[in-house]
Design a protein around this ligand. Structure first.
Ligand SMILES: [Zn+2]
Length: 288
């Protein structure tokens, strides 16, 4: 099965490295397959589950990723969009419960796709290709972090446009796509920026450092197949291998690997935020 994480005692949204890992695994299975039927199960048509009937008799051209969304372009001009939310799982095996979508594919190996979503934050819908009006996050999303479009000039301009706390702004996906909670904390720590610094007041010299830190943490995590993906696959509660390389996330009250000061945890925009008060000096006017 391929999908969201659900670890002992806490759950976390699958972030870009996990979704990219899932994309790479789905691609050989789904590319070229024809959808023979598409059915909602225990879910109602609406913004999260729209127009699936139009997928019938279309061929899946490829499996792409944009930020944390999976995009499956179809051969008659439509696109299937899947967001795993917190607990979404795509699998060729029928789940025991919380099944939301069932796609029958042309005969072959694994000819049924099941989408399970326990906590109902996921999405599975069809839109005309590139028409993302019903998905404001996707429509307003910044450049892909590992592409050349995410560069110091573009990033500086994006940061200038917002007085929001840098952590919150990164999570909005607007300055750059696909940076979620764990990787925002890690990248801000690596570039020595306080998470509550207003985006437009991040020092000019720190902008390329933050940009590089974002590229680095995401690249390293993709290489490690994400932070907590493996536990979901093996269903034994173990975390994925990038967890061993996290420096601040989940290390509240432990010494900072850089300076030895105690790592603190605060809540910003409803999300757990970890930082080192000595390495990441607070800006005078920071507000939560
Ligand atoms: Zn420190």
């Amino acid at each position: 099965m391929w999908g969201g994480r659900f670890t002992k005692g806490r759950s976390a949204i699958p972030e870009l490295p996990e979704v990219e890992t899932i994309r790479r695994e789905l691609s050989p299975w789904l590319t070229g397959r024809i959808i023979l039927s598409a059915n909602l199960v225990d879910a109602s048509p609406g913004p999260k589950y729209a127009n699936l009937e139009r997928a019938v008799s279309q061929r899946i051209m490829t499996v792409k990723r944009r930020g944390k969304f999976l995009l499956l372009p179809l051969d008659k001009g439509d696109e299937l969009i899947v967001h795993l939310g917190m607990t979404g799982i795509i699998s060729p095996t029928a789940p025991k419960k919380h099944l939301r979508v069932k796609l029958e594919l042309n005969p072959g190996e694994n000819s049924t796709l099941y989408f399970q979503d326990t906590r109902r934050f996921g999405r599975f819908l069809l839109v005309p290709a590139g028409q993302y009006q019903s998905l404001p996050t996707l429509a307003a999303m910044g450049p892909e972090p590992l592409s050349k479009d995410f560069n110091p000039g573009q990033f500086q301009k994006a940061l200038q446009a917002s007085a929001t706390a840098i952590k919150t702004y990164l999570l909005s996906q607007k300055p750059v796509a696909g940076v979620g909670n764990i990787y925002a904390d890690e990248a801000l720590w690596r570039s020595r920026i306080h998470p509550l610094s207003p985006a437009k007041q991040v020092a000019k010299r720190q902008i390329p450092l933050l940009l590089n830190a974002i590229k680095e943490v995401l690249t390293e995590s993709i290489a490690a197949q994400g932070t907590t993906l493996n536990d979901y696959r093996t269903v034994n509660g173990d975390l994925g291998s990038f967890r061993n390389r996290l420096k601040v996330y989940g290390h509240e009250n432990e010494p900072c690997p850089n300076c030895g000061d105690v790592i603190e945890r605060i809540v910003i925009a409803g999300r757990s935020t970890h930082y080192c008060p000595r390495c990441q000096k607070a800006h005078k006017e920071v507000k939560r």
